[in-house]
Design a protein around this ligand. Structure first.
Ligand code: ZN
Length: 280
């Protein structure tokens, strides 16, 4: 399979956050000829939304997603309302950055709860509550299913099928306002992955995140691998995405406290570029 187009590489700021804030990541992407960037909101707030928007525009970068909205489930109505308000702010920030989508990590169990079905209902209601604002702002919402090991504390939506069921329930007309972020790290193991990518189709495939699954993985959150260092068949998954009509960016998202965050981010970006061409 031919290498993916160089112009479609994007860097999620999780990859360089060990050493770089958002301003440095913007400059770094520009320096390395990388055309896409996906900021996390804490780094965005540290830089200031207006400043960031200006710098990103000046460098001609595409914001391939804003990370993240979501975290809908909570133990009481007041907390759920506060979460909704925060999501509305996230949509406005995504709009200011002209982001291609707002990524939703939907939230796990509410504090002290064992009711995962209840959490899933709260997630559905939360997305329904913010969807009109997202539509008005022209910001598609991308539900990111997370690996089931995060069901308790980060996301009770754990498969692409589950995420697409939510899309079908809340956006029956496939308007493009609601879709999914396919993160290879979270979904590579799913026997239904190919079929569900096909089911999603061009309208619902809003983002594609890449890294690798290391064996062994030593930390549930912060030990993701560089593409090519693990067991995910990234070329195969890209093939499925392309065949389903996806033509967007390929966003490298590597949380790696002990390895990649310790390195010079310029070296990390150079390796991302090389691996992107060779193994994805
Ligand atoms: Zn991701």
């Amino acid at each position: 399979m031919a290498a993916p187009p160089a112009g479609l590489l994007s860097i999620n700021t999780a990859t360089t956050r060990g050493r770089w804030g958002l301003a440095e990541a913007i400059e770094g992407c520009a320096r390395h000829g990388i055309r896409g960037i996906s900021p996390w909101r804490d780094l965005l707030h540290a830089m200031g939304v207006a400043n960031a928007a200006r710098a990103i525009r000046a460098r001609g970068l595409t914001v391939t997603g804003l990370c993240r909205g979501g975290m809908f489930s909570a133990r009481n109505a007041r907390a759920r309302k506060a979460n909704i308000a925060d999501n509305l702010r996230a949509i406005d920030e995504a709009h200011a950055l002209e982001a291609q989508c707002l990524v939703l990590v939907v939230g796990g169990l509410a504090e002290g709860s064992k009711d995962i079905a209840g959490a899933r209902a709260q997630v559905r209601d939360g997305i329904a509550a913010i969807l009109p604002h997202a539509k008005a702002a022209g910001i598609p919402l991308a539900i990111e299913p997370l690996h089931p090991m995060y069901a308790a504390d980060r996301a009770c939506v754990n498969t692409l099928a589950q995420a697409l069921d939510l899309c079908d329930a809340l956006d029956r007309g496939r308007t493009g306002a609601l879709g999914v972020a396919v993160d290879a790290y979270h979904v590579w193991w799913d026997p239904q992955l190919e079929a569900q990518i096909r089911r999603a189709g061009k309208r619902r495939l809003l983002a594609y995140h890449i890294c690798d699954w290391l064996v062994p993985t030593t930390d549930l959150l912060l030990d993701r691998g560089m593409m090519g260092d693990g067991v995910i068949d990234l070329k195969r998954i890209r093939g499925w995405m392309m065949r389903a009509g996806y033509r967007g960016f390929h966003e490298v998202e590597i949380f790696s406290a002990k390895n990649w965050w310790q390195r010079d981010p310029d070296e990390v970006l150079a390796i991302c570029k090389a691996r992107y061409r060779r193994v994805t």
